[in-house]
Design a protein around this ligand. Structure first.
Ligand code: DX5
Ligand code: ZN
Length: 223
């Protein structure tokens, strides 16, 4: 399985956004965290930033909506040029309808789960999604510690996808670094969001490659 590295710009230097995006031009996605101060206790990165990012980079944009009522707000992120839109299972009223809407507009659809949300209730609808995001921290802030306790959920998600025959990718987000990425890869994740590990590194471009190498090595060791 291929590995995707998705740098989260949540804690990048917004005074130099174009330079920060240039430093991660070798990434597979640019991960943009949208927070509404209701679904999570933080307010961050709305539509103007998304539009600037889409205009400034050729790397596809992956919007992670940590907001209430994604049924109402997600379509605008598709229209703004995001290539993938992920919304939270806990917040969506009609996740299948929303996933199909995104697909009709040529955008990939992702379903995100907070750490305390069980995958079991969503197994039957995973085939509707291109990505399932297993949060490895409580959503809301960068720089938190990776939750090792999520490895069981990633494994169960991988087993469920294999049983379904679905090619939905498993994304992890929160606390991903050189120290943790191998564990998540061995559990079955293939798409890795990393914020502080990349943007606080001396060389973000090299860090993207180091994370990719570490995930690939873990995946190959497991075969
Ligand atoms: C947290 C966000 C993450 C965050 C990750 O709720 O969804 O994308 O930026 O940051 P790190 O990699 O520092 O944990
Ligand atoms: Zn995120």
């Amino acid at each position: 399985m291929t590995i995707d590295i998705s740098p989260s710009i949540l804690n990048c230097d917004f005074a130099h956004l174009a330079d920060e995006l240039d430093a991660i031009r070798n990434a597979d996605w640019v991960h943009v965290d949208v927070m509404d101060n209701h679904f999570v206790p933080n307010l961050a990165l709305g539509m103007p930033i998304v539009e600037s990012v889409v205009k400034t980079t050729s790397v596809p944009v992956d919007a992670h909506l940590m907001i209430e009522d994604p049924d109402r707000w997600a379509p605008a992120y598709a229209e703004a040029g995001c290539s993938s839109v992920t919304f939270h299972a806990e917040a969506a009223q009609a996740p299948i309808r929303l996933a199909r809407y995104l697909h009709q507009h040529g955008v990939r659809a992702g379903l995100a789960l907070r750490p305390a949300t069980d995958i079991q209730s969503f197994v039957d609808i995973l085939g509707e999604f291109d990505t399932v995001l297993v949060m490895t921290v409580e959503p809301g802030f960068g720089g938190q510690r990776f939750l090792d306790t999520m490895m069981g959920k990633i494994r169960r998600t991988r087993e469920a996808l294999t049983a379904l025959g679905a090619d939905t990718s498993i994304q992890v987000d929160g606390g991903i670094s050189r120290a943790t990425i191998a564990r998540a890869a061995r559990a079955g994740a293939t798409n890795f969001v990393a914020g502080s590990a990349i943007f606080h590194a001396d060389n973000p471009t090299a860090e993207v490659e180091a994370l990719r190498e570490a995930a690939l090595a873990a995946q190959e060791a497991d075969v």
